[in-house]
Design a protein around this ligand. Structure first.
Ligand code: ATP
Ligand code: MG
Length: 450
């Protein structure tokens, strides 16, 4: 098929290797049976209208691994307006770079016109003084389009005309070697767009690829560049990093490269000064929980994991306030405001997400109230289930009383009479102070919101 002989090439970029290598249909494993019917329709219709049409990006990379791609992206020499003329079910989107979306029920095929490489002084190609690329919205040819892509394995083009794969950057070779390599000068490419560092980690974990040494090395020293990225974009990236089924490994790798500290500085600080493996174990359990839900095809809500990620900073901030004499309930509310307002400046969580995080947090303190009407009220809370799962995770890692989890497990399943007995105040005792189930004192450092 192809040899591993040129794996010594460490940098690829325009001019360095501008000859495309074409892999004919018999030299690669992508079959049309693996491609979504709608994507094939788009490719065929563009071809029929005499345009060039290729599958490109993550879908080609995933097809080569025999995996089912998340979505199918098409690249063409037709302008968005020309694409719109070919498809009735098409909408042009985007301000920075206009794209055509072709709709087939719930499936959207994204069709992008080849992007060109405009000289730097052109007003179409704006570079910020720190090297970030702010705008690059000129159309070009396939050969130009290749070089603005991030990794060589993301720059492979599947040609609908002859079912070949076009490779300008050595992506097929890297793919066969399971190597993730940035196109061009890595330092410059990270400066242009620091999010590429996060993408490197995400793809390395997801694909099981290793980072090429020159792609890996600058990450150690350039993690700080992420500070310039708008919070809305970082939030989107965080969701992809942690909710795509590989959260645990991704977390470990982000920590290793100092990238986690850029995304969740308060959490990272807690991890640095951790007490008996806590809160690391709790975070790992929360991520494992998300990963296995993903593997089972269950729904994943971002707020649960985000609540876990910021749980320890919340404890720290609340305890500080309590020590200063603030009432516990108020201390937790103020601490939540403090922790969330700092975090949204980095990763802009939408309001409904931060509200759900608060709900999960505040309900934690209510689980210890097991007498009278309170347990019934708690059960009716919309976020009860999530809060209970959260309590369970805490208990599994030494942050809450396992007996309390057990009580709630029984209470939820019990019949009316048993529930009545379970919640009855003890004879002669004061329900507010009676000890069992009581506030957990297993961990010394911090308590739970009351
Ligand atoms: P997946 O969709 O599976 O997460 P993907 O590779 O398709 O992976 P997308 O974010 O959908 O990732 O991007 C599609 C393609 O666009 C990429 O494969 C890459 O070629 C290009 N691309 C995306 N983001 C960047 C970036 N920040 N810098 C350079 N090229 C990028
Ligand atoms: Mg994609």
């Amino acid at each position: 098929m192809f040899s591993a002989s040129d794996s010594h090439v460490s940098e690829v970029g325009p001019g360095l290797e501008s000859q495309a290598r074409i892999y004919t249909r018999s030299e690669h494993c992508i079959s049309r049976a693996q491609i979504s019917e709608n994507a094939l329709k788009v490719l065929q219709r563009l071809k029929k209208a005499d345009y060039e049409a290729y599958l490109v990006g993550g879908c080609v990379r995933d097809l080569l691994l025999g995996r089912e791609p998340k979505d199918f992206d098409v690249a063409t020499n037709a302008s968005p307006e020309q694409v719109k003329q070919v498809f009735r079910n098409c909408r042009i989107i985007g301000r920075r770079f206009r794209l055509a979306h072709v709709f087939f029920g719930r499936e959207i095929i994204e069709v992008a016109t080849f992007r060109g490489s405009e000289p730097e002084e052109s007003d179409q190609h704006v570079i910020h003084e720190d090297g970030r690329l702010l705008r690059d919205n000129v159309f070009g040819t396939l050969e130009e389009d290749v070089w603005r892509r991030d990794f060589t394995v993301n720059a492979l083009y599947y040609n609908i005309r002859d079912f070949s794969v076009v490779d300008y950057t050595g992506g097929m070779q890297d793919h066969a070697n399971a190597v993730l390599r940035l196109i061009g000068d890595p330092n410059m490419r990270y400066r242009e767009d620091p999010v590429r560092m996060l993408r490197a980690i995400r793809f390395a974990v997801k694909l099981g690829f290793t980072l090429h040494p020159q792609t890996e090395q600058p990450i150690y020293t350039q993690a700080e560049l992420l500070k310039s990225i708008p919070a809305a974009r970082l939030y989107d990236e965080v969701l992809k990093l942690f909710l795509s089924g590989y959260g645990v490994q991704t977390f470990e790798m982000l920590r290793h490269y100092g990238l986690f500290a850029m995304l969740f500085p308060a959490t990272d600080k807690c991890l640095e000064t951790q007490d008996h493996e806590f809160p690391r174990l709790f975070l790992i359990r929360a991520l494992e929980n998300s990963d296995s839900r993903f593997a089972d095809g269950k729904s994943l809500t971002p707020y649960f994991l985000l609540a876990a990620l910021l749980w320890e900073p919340l404890q720290l901030a609340a305890n500080k306030r309590i020590e200063q004499g603030e009432h516990e309930t108020l201390a937790y509310q103020n601490a939540a405001n403090e922790v969330l307002s700092r975090q949204i400046k980095i990763t802009a969580m939408p309001r409904h997400i931060t509200q759900s995080m608060r709900d999960v947090w505040f309900l934690q303190g209510k689980f210890s109230k097991t007498f009278g009407a309170r347990p019934y009220r708690l059960l009716e809370q919309p976020k009860f289930r999530a809060a209970y799962d959260f309590l369970q995770l805490r208990a599994e890692t030494g942050g809450a009383d396992p007996e309390l989890v057990d009580w709630w497990a029984r209470f939820q399943l019990a019949d009316e009479e048993t529930q009545r007995v379970m919640t009855a105040p003890p004879r002669g005792g004061n329900p507010k102070t009676r000890g069992k189930p009581r506030r957990y004192r297993g961990r010394k450092k911090s308590g739970t919101p009351q």
